[in-house]
Design a protein around this ligand. Structure first.
Ligand SMILES: N[C@@H](Cc1ccccc1)C(=O)O
Length: 493
């Protein structure tokens, strides 16, 4: 059964209006209303719908300027006349123009002089630009120059969905029947009383009491709605907030620290020998500045001889100058060890989620800046199994049910493990490092109780959680990805 609005729309389609906007304009109603009505008309077989994606092109601001003034390479040709020394053409904007003119084979450089090679005819790109001054155009109207113009940022493509409606024989029949009724009565109003279906409640319908007799059209939740892109929190930020919330729920306190650290806190305090390969230039960003470091006697003693805990230390001479060198922190463990040194009495339950820096060549799985989530628990009698339990719980709260631990090695923990989570399709994926701090780390700072410590690769975890193949997406504002990433991938957020 069709409502008054349906019939009007059906009539418009029968008169040749084939797209929603046209119909909306003609009937002075919202386009969403047309889409919704058309959907149900199509469902009842009264119209046929042809959906397609169309591409239209328009000028960017720069493109518009060039459409008026001419492309830079065109103006260059006009400017150089018979030729001009390249040394007089040093302006960066001119360099771009020269680049294009050479690419197009319009000029050549002869003994330092830029010379035109005849007068180049108007190119397809220039013609396309001029056409676009008249308004939006399609690909077929503009020709093949369009891709280059898009690359140059002069033309912006826009893809949109279009709907084409056509009335079917069944539709024609319904329309002619209803017209008969309408012509016998006063008009569409009569058709409404005839079909008695209302899609929108108006003050009039309420006041007149017409709603009592009316049948309300049910909502059709399958109608394609207008896509809207509201502002939302960046998916990566959202994920980090989630991790932060999990840690807080588990009773941890958040701590912060400086990005620039002395080697002392980044390495030495963690009993990393001064010739440890991880300190080398290819892994660490060194600054050419020196930091103040605290009283280092006990740390030096530990590195050289093993202090008074029965360790042998690393031997050799521990050099405070090396410890003073400033670095961009390579891990957040620098923050937690400093915090423990400042708070050596139990209990301590702290975490730090922040950015760290390493000299990595950038590729799909490496960036020189990334985030780590670091946690420490220090208390009387805490054990390695407590550590595994905490990690398991954290991962399960993040939605990774299957966790296992591989033996690992870090200079500052014993025993050490590398937690792995199971990802369908990928298998076991390593997600960080963990262990119990060695006495060589804790004793010099007067920490007498066991310390459980771990550091997790946050961006790694985000990649898995968001199903990304390329880590760089987390750091590049790719508007398409940002729009398409649903907020619902984060359970419980
Ligand atoms: N700092 C280690 C992780 C770790 C933290 C704490 C204990 C053990 C390991 C890393 O960056 O890989």
């Amino acid at each position: 059964m069709a409502s008054e609005r349906d019939l009007r729309i059906l009539e418009a389609i029968s008169d040749g209006c084939s797209n929603p906007q046209e119909i909306a304009d003609r009937l002075n109603i919202k386009i969403e209303a047309v889409l919704s009505a058309a959907e149900s008309l199509a469902e009842s077989g009264l119209i046929s719908v042809d959906k397609r994606v169309i591409e239209r092109f328009s000028l960017t601001e720069e493109g518009r300027r060039y459409a008026h003034e001419g492309l830079p390479e065109r103006r260059l040709i006009e400017m150089i006349g018979e030729g001009k020394p390249v040394s007089e053409l040093q302006d960066p904007a001119l360099k771009i123009a020269i680049g294009w003119a050479r690419k197009k084979g319009w000029v050549r450089i002869d003994k330092g002089v830029l010379r035109p090679l005849g007068r180049p005819p108007e190119g397809e790109d220039e013609i396309a630009l001029k056409m676009l001054l008249e308004g939006e155009k399609s690909r077929s109207e503009l020709g093949s120059a369009i891709d280059l113009l898009i690359k140059r940022g002069l033309v912006a493509p826009e893809r949109s969905k279009s709907w084409r409606y056509e009335i079917t024989d069944a539709g024609k029949q319904v329309l002619s029947q209803s017209k008969e009724i309408i012509s016998k009565t006063a008009g569409y109003g009569a058709a409404v009383t005839l079909v008695k279906e209302i899609s929108q409640l108006t003050p009039d319908i309420i006041k007149s009491g017409a709603w009592r007799e009316a049948r309300f059209r049910p909502y059709n939740v399958r109608v394609p709605g207008e896509t809207i892109y509201p502002g939302k929190i960046h998916p990566y930020r959202r994920l980090m907030d989630r991790m932060r919330r999990i840690m807080l729920e588990m009773g941890f306190t958040e701590i912060k620290g400086e990005i620039i650290q002395s080697s002392f806190w980044n390495f030495d305090a963690l009993f990393q020998p001064q010739d440890h390969p991880a300190r080398e230039m290819q892994d660490t960003f060194y600054l050419d500045s020196r930091a103040e470091i605290p009283d280092y006697r006990s740390v030096k003693e530990m590195h050289e001889h093993g202090g008074r805990i029965g360790s042998t230390g690393w031997g050799g001479v521990w050099d405070p100058e090396i410890a003073r060198q400033e670095v961009l922190r390579t891990h957040t463990t620098a923050i937690t060890i400093k915090y423990l040194a400042d708070n050596p009495d139990p209990p301590v339950k702290a975490f730090c989620i922040d950015r760290v820096y390493r000299r990595e060549a950038i590729d799909a799985t490496h960036t020189p800046e990334f985030e780590q989530l670091e946690g420490v628990v220090m208390d009387r009698g805490v054990t390695f199994s407590n550590l595994l339990g905490i990690l398991k719980e954290f991962y399960s709260k993040m939605g990774f049910e299957e966790v296992r631990f591989r033996p690992g090695y870090f200079p500052y923990t014993e025993p050490s493990v590398e937690p792995e989570v199971w990802i369908d399709g990928l298998g076991w994926v390593e997600l960080g490092g963990a262990g119990v701090f060695r006495r060589e780390v804790t004793a010099p700072f007067g920490i007498e109780h066991p310390v459980l410590a771990w550091g997790l690769g946050v961006s790694r975890l985000a990649m898995l959680r968001l199903g990304l193949k390329d880590l760089r997406l987390l750091y590049q504002p790719d508007i398409g990805w940002l729009r398409d990433t649903p907020v619902s991938v984060f359970r419980g957020v």
